[in-house]
Design a protein around this ligand. Sequence first.
Ligand SMILES: NC(=O)c1ccc[n+]([C@@H]2O[C@H](COP(=O)([O-])OP(=O)(O)OC[C@H]3O[C@@H](n4cnc5c(N)ncnc54)[C@H](O)[C@@H]3O)[C@@H](O)[C@H]2O)c1
Length: 463
Amino acid sequence: MNDEVSTPTRRDALKASGGLAVATSLAGFGLSGLYAGESNTINIALVGCGGRGTGAAVNALSTQQGPVNLVAMADAYKDRLDSSYRSINNKRLADKVKVTEDKKFIGFDAYKKAIDVLKPGDVVIMATPPAFRWVQFKYAIEKGVNVFMEKPVTVDGPTSKKMFALGEESVKKGLKVGVGLMCRHCEARGEMFQRIKDGAIGDITLLRAYRLAGPTGNTPVRKKPENANELEYQIRHFHGFLWASGGAYSDFLIHNIDECCWMKDSWPVMAKSSGGRHYRDGYVDQNFDSYSTEFTFADGTKLYLEGRTIQGCHQEFASYVHGTKGSGVISESGHAPSHARLFKSHNMVDADIIWKCPENEPNPYQLEWEDLMKAIRQDKPYNEVKRGVEASLVTSMGRMAAHTGKVITRKMILDECDHEFAPDVDKLVLGGPAPLKADKDGMYSLPQLGKQLKAGEKLREYY
Ligand SMILES: NC(=O)c1ccc[n+]([C@@H]2O[C@H](COP(=O)([O-])OP(=O)(O)OC[C@H]3O[C@@H](n4cnc5c(N)ncnc54)[C@H](O)[C@@H]3O)[C@@H](O)[C@H]2O)c1
């Protein structure tokens, strides 16, 4: 399952994107370390200046692979951009923050203006809610710039199809694209994967993952205040709305699903889920507050997943693998550090440890950036889109199974269900209508499990 497929060279990419004129200023990237100076600088544009975008920009500026500057920022809303700018432009990084006032862009087309500031070889960070990913990625490909995009990269079957195709196009253009599934860059998990491949716990028979927490992110959403704009309200509370984020399931559970699929070295082909909303408490978002999914891989192996956002219950944030000769902790207590370890039993007690990762694990959010920058400077094939789409699609498959009450196969979600949550997301305008309408009481559509589909009607998650 190596998705870092061979790509054309950086020079080919520049040619293809019409960027050979600037190639002189980038010449030498393939000969890392043999040159220095201004032309060695990689410029960054940040699109989506929220919590993660700000963090990703700091990671980018902190890389140890050569000079990097932040030169443009874009957000739908000015207050978000301003606070992000203040946070990045701190004492430690100020000399790398070169965003002049005319390079701060606001609105739904701001991403284009920020990308236009870059040259082929530079990097745009995409950290808006995932609904906008395909729109912005398409433009970055046209402009021939490298990309770092946050997970999830899609929220349904049709957007996954679009992103698979765009991913292929970006590979053909030789673009380097990182996807923010940072656990894939964790050295401890990487070593564990290799040890499992080498037979340390025998054949994998079962995987388990849990993200059992209290309310997370902006999942619980109150009714929109009367004077607030509907579209802005949904975007600012994007975890609450499926079109924007894929909901709590897609946003929060994808990492644990992905790391389990990594260890299995495969993607599930079927999902069967249950879930429900125990407490509405006046909240109007489209999420369940508990989910449970049985994923099935092609060879019949199962991955069991539990997600919950209810306070006062058992809490666990971990992934586990079981094999014919032992078991393993893929991660525990969050994403990092992983505390990855393998056991010769299924009891997972210290006395049975056969391998454990070293302490002081490097931060995977930083590692994913070191890897991307290294690939750009050394002109090595580097494209994580296919893998990112697979992880996003499988996650949507689990969510869709919960919200429809049906068994959902990969074929169903990808080829048979043409329901796209926000097909016109590329046409949104500030102050304009939202893809999801509230009813007269300010409530949004919810899953209708078990209700008979009308004759000829296709499967969809919300009615
Ligand atoms: N890898 C991780 O562990 C991790 C952690 C947190 C978030 N994320 C991901 O990062 C993304 C952003 O999450 P966040 O927590 O930073 O959310 P956030 O709300 O803090 O930030 C999103 C930003 O995007 C802006 N925005 C929305 N639509 C836009 C558009 N069309 N054009 C320009 N700007 C737009 C918003 O105004 C906001 O500033 C999500 O996909 C999320 O899943 C990943």
